[in-house]
Ligand binder design. Sequence first.
Ligand code: SAH
Length: 340
Amino acid sequence: MESIYNKTIEELEEYFINKGEKKFKALQVFSWLYEKRVTSYQEMTNIKKDLLKEVEKDFSIDSVAIVNVERDKDVCKYLFKLKDGEHVEAVLMNHDYGNSLCVSSQVGCNMGCKFCESGRRKKVRNLETSEMVLQILAIEKDIGKRISHVVVMGIGEPFDNYENLIKFISIINHPKGIALGSRHITVSTCGIVPKIDAFSHFPLQVNLAISLHAPNNEIRNQIMPINKVYPLEKLIPSIKNYIQKTNRRVTFEYILLKNVNDSDACAHALAHLIRGMNCYVNLIPYNETNNIDFKRTNSIQINRFYDILKKENINVTKRREFGSKISAACGQLRSKKEES
Ligand code: SAH
């Protein structure tokens, strides 16, 4: 049976209207699910019993099971078991500005980025909207607190699961839903151009991050197969168009890989590539994994790279490091329980 957490407010309104009911029933249901966090229809006491029986026949109130939790200082990695027995991970990080949750969007990933652990297992399936929403609900319940920021940077390519992603954002942003401010929601993509174009029409002001990781096609082709489909001459104009349409600043994520993309020349080329765009670069120290050969750039070269971008007048930050001890850092998440 379909999960009730798959449904946006608009979809529930349509559902009730089709039943000859008033559309505000949808808001009532939302409020029970997300404000009051009930887990059974019986608790929805302001909705008549007959109607609830029908809803119950159509939609389940389900959950995702937390089957393992690993903690390391300010980071907590959760392993979830989904209804078909598949697993995904989510990572909770405590920051001084609140806590942010990194959610997964697919079981496995087809993008095949050479440096990323998550992509070593091919995509098994997209997560349903509900499975993304429920990662948040389960963790909020576990910690007894609200999550203030959500980043869709876990396992999977969110723009390869676009429709479910859009519904997810709309549910978590809705004031009677999880009520997360749109500016507290970030989606990261490896650069699926048609979806960046589509996202430029999306009305909510969420943040977009692009996994760039190289200043030219030659290097990007080596490490990110998606670049052969959407090379930089397509990707960059589409991001420029996104910035122009939405008036939002984008983030370029750039992992520094030793002797691959971390030279001074790469820093200058990167500055040249993105000059004039409303953007900033987030430099990410590479998290090494046992299974992949890339090495982390040393901190001296990371600082040089940073300084060159600064001198080139590019906004740049270095990503604070989180969770590598428990393999909860960027690129270390997996969708297979046996291996985690
Ligand atoms: N598929 C999306 C969402 C995943 S986000 C995307 O590609 O953007 C995860 C981020 O971590 C991406 O920027 C990814 O490139 C980066 N990443 C992957 N492996 C990493 C590793 N081993 N160390 C540091 N960052 C990594």
